[in-house]
Design a protein around this ligand. Structure first.
Ligand SMILES: *Cc1c(COP(=O)(O)O)cnc(C)c1O
Length: 719
């Protein structure tokens, strides 16, 4: 059905050959991340060899090839275990039914979803954070809905950085290379067995990229990779690191993903109905498609009006999602930078100046830098933000590009983000909802009626699930942070304090996100006396922090230091933990276990935010600024809100919001958590969890999001 099918078949057969007969179905399961959101998927692999499953980073291909044959033999002899494999294989097969299409989107002409990162699973290290996780959830949602889609991205050999924090709280980075030959993916080859590749003119080199395929349910994800021995060292480096600090390399990555991505799809025989660029500008893709059309057409004199007609025609095949609500977050490049890396691409378009002018806020000003978002808006038929508030912010921000439009009429809509429930809801809360919401409830998860039975769950039963989830998290925090502290070179007493200080029954508050300054982790450290009192009082809470700062963001790195400065208090040492190396597996455990999830971005900088949606699924309650998704989710009774008005005086706003945060925690959250009935169940708290599940569960699912993309973006505006 899609390019690379025969490569997947060959890889499955090779892996099968290594397995005892009863375990053979695992080979096909291992080559499709479908297992990762299927009940029992992860536990089947884990039970083969728990220790090794951890060591191979939950990568099933590596597990099956590296585990000792005697372990496989033992598993194969266990009839109950083999039955579970059959169950998984059946679920995968049921999911792999041929696509019949979605509306008028046919399998032969899928949506091409392009993104610089994809957060599908912890074992596929080609993501950094929210944007990638969203992209991964979109592919999974499309697979669930049977929406024909292919993903296009880059195969980063070194991925995003790993984080270590030293004794002073300062962040250090290191990179680990991954070997695609050991990931659950295949190199795409032609019918003649030769690797499919494309070439892209970058600076003065033709950089060649090969293509890997990873299966996400029914959606193939194609990843371009320039690490080929015949490319120059710089050419090979292009797809090395995600969010590379070097600006020229970033421009080269844009060229590989945009222009290379469109070329790759052509080389793979895929003719998309629409190209969806999730952040990142489609312009190079539009030009590439234009080139393809022009080279097929009869040669005609290129006039400006002919160009304009063709450009408009091609542009109708591109849609764009922006995620960046502040001008500074929108990258821009000077003409010399652009021409140095992309000069030959600009020439291919026939007119360098026209190419550059598309990225200027005012095309008539040759010295203006090339804004990536401006060029994206001009080169797509439709654009959207990722929450209702962000849509309005984006319309105001980009109005200057749309002369003659009133602000409200600027053609940027919104599709509010959602999260893939089967990926993010697991453990005790998943089992609870499976028991109460009826068979196949996940397929109906975007309907309010599906969540109605939550109302009647016995409070003690819901509370037991929450406590079990918290207990799992506390175990993890203890084991991880004792080790983190020892590695950091902390004194033994301090390192061990987490082990004795963290309590499975205690109110557990999480703050984990990318550490950009606008996320304002520093609010927690702004009122140190109140923070210390909160963890040290007679009804103490415990805090868990996690998050990475971009390597070049020294201001954000300082914030971790500020939080670390609280640790001299004895109570703090045992009741707060900073967990290093925030990634998908850690995020999954944090959102599942925390009672309260804090989000205090400086409004209006949070385009959406998604970790709070994940936390809601696990029965976590939100304490959040009314920004991003929370501005449309908060209804007065499903969590707590901090004012979301914009204030130009950042210091004053930080003070005010820090006080508001501690007011809510001290006066509402802590008392409500401790208000218990005769059986120790916090009835009002449980009631709030129910309201949160029933109101947020149906609205912030990936199914709802992908359906909206299909109906309001992909199918709308076609001509
Ligand atoms: C969900 C997620 C994010 C995004 O969280 P925000 O709320 O948008 O900050 C970032 N990183 C990881 C690993 C995630 O799973």
């Amino acid at each position: 059905m899609f390019a690379g099918d025969h490569d997947i078949e060959r890889a499955v057969a090779e892996l099968e050959a290594l397995l005892p007969e009863p375990l053979r179905p695992l080979a096909r399961i291992a080559y499709n991340y479908h297992w990762s959101w299927t009940t029992d998927g992860a536990s089947v692999f884990e039970e083969i060899d728990r220790e090794r499953w951890t060591r191979v980073g939950h990568n099933p291909r590596r597990l099956l090839t590296e585990v000792h044959p005697s372990v496989l033999q033992r598993a194969a002899a266990n009839a109950g275990f083999v039955n579970r494999i059959t169950g998984l294989a059946t679920a995968l097969k049921a999911d792999q039914l041929p696509l019949s299409g979605y509306g008028t989107i046919e399998p032969a002409h899928p949506v091409a979803f392009c993104c610089s990162e994809f957060g599908v699973h912890g074992s596929l290290p080609i993501y950094s954070g929210g944007l990638g996780v969203l992209a991964g959830d979109i592919l999974k949602g499309a697979s669930d809905l049977g929406l024909p889609m292919v993903g296009v991205g880059l195969m980063y050999r070194s991925g995003y950085f790993h984080q270590r924090v030293d004794v002073t709280g300062y962040q250090h980075e290191y990179w680990v290379d991954s070997d695609p030959e050991r990931l659950p993916c295949v190199k795409v080859t032609s019918a003649q067995g030769r690797p499919v590749s494309v070439s892209i003119p970058i600076s003065d080199e033709w950089v060649e990229a090969q293509i890997w395929r990873v299966d996400i349910g029914r959606v193939p994800l194609y990843l371009l990779d320039t690490d080929l021995p015949w490319n120059s060292p710089v050419g090979r480096w292009v797809t090395s690191r995600l969010y590379e600090g070097n600006r020229s390399i970033r421009l080269a990555q844009y060229a590989v993903l945009r222009m290379g991505g469109v070329r790759a799809l052509k080389a793979l025989g895929i003719v998309p109905t629409v190209y969806h660029f999730n952040e990142g500008h489609p312009a190079l893709g539009v030009f590439e498609l234009l080139n393809q059309i022009q080279s097929q057409a009869m040669p005609a004199a290129q006039t400006d009006s002919l160009f304009e007609t063709q450009w408009q025609q091609v542009r109708r095949q591109f849609v764009f999602t922006t995620h960046t609500p502040v001008p500074a977050g929108n990258e821009s490049y000077h003409r010399s930078e652009v021409l140095h890396m992309l000069g030959r691409i600009a020439d291919l378009t026939g007119d360098r100046e026209r190419f550059l002018s598309l990225g200027r806020l005012d095309p008539g000003q040759p010295e203006q830098p090339m804004s990536m978002t401006a060029i994206a808006l001009r080169s797509s038929r439709q654009a959207n933000g990722v929450s209702r508030r962000h849509g309005a912010v984006a319309r105001a921000m980009w109005q200057p590009l749309f002369a003659g439009y009133a602000q409200d009429d600027v053609p940027i809509t919104h599709v509010t983000n959602g999260v893939h429930i089967a990926t993010w809801l697991h453990g005790p809360m998943r089992r609870l909802l499976d028991r109460h919401l009826g068979a196949d409830w996940l397929q109906r998860a975007d309907q309010s009626a599906t969540w109605e039975p939550v109302r009647d769950i016995a409070p003690a039963e819901l509370w037991a699930a929450r406590c079990a989830a918290r207990r799992q998290l506390v175990d993890l925090v203890v084991s991880r942070s004792v080790a983190d502290r020892l590695r950091r070179g902390e004194l033994l007493d301090y390192a061990a304090a987490v082990g004795t200080g963290f309590d499975a029954e205690r109110l557990t508050i999480g703050f984990a996100r990318r550490l950009a300054t606008y996320k304002r982790l520093h609010l927690v450290a702004l009122l140190p006396a109140r923070a210390v009192a909160l963890v040290g009082g007679d009804r103490p809470v415990q805090f868990i922090f996690a998050g990475k700062a971009h390597p070049d963001d020294t201001a954000a790195k300082e914030v971790v230091r500020q939080v670390f400065s609280l640790k001299s208090s004895a109570d703090v040492a045992g009741r707060t933990a900073f967990l290093e190396d925030y990634d998908i597996p850690l995020a999954g455990q944090l959102v599942a276990g925390c009672d309260v999830w804090i989000n205090v971005p400086r409004p209006p900088n949070e385009a959406s935010g998604t970790s709070g949606m994940k936390s809601c699924l696990g029965g976590g309650l939100q304490v959040s600024v009314l920004d991003g998704w929370w501005a449309e989710a908060f209804d007065g009774s499903n969590g707590w809100a901090i004012n979301g008005d914009v204030d130009a005086d950042h210091a004053a706003q930080d003070q005010r919001d820090a006080h508001a945060l501690f007011d809510i925690l001290e006066n509402q959250v802590v008392p409500m958590f401790h208000e218990r009935d005769a059986d120790g169940v916090p009835l009002r708290w449980v009631d709030m969890i129910k309201r949160s599940l029933m109101s947020n569960g149906p609205r912030f699912s990936a199914t709802r999001m992908v359906r909206e993309y299909a109906e309001r973006v992909y199918l709308a505006g076609r001509s």
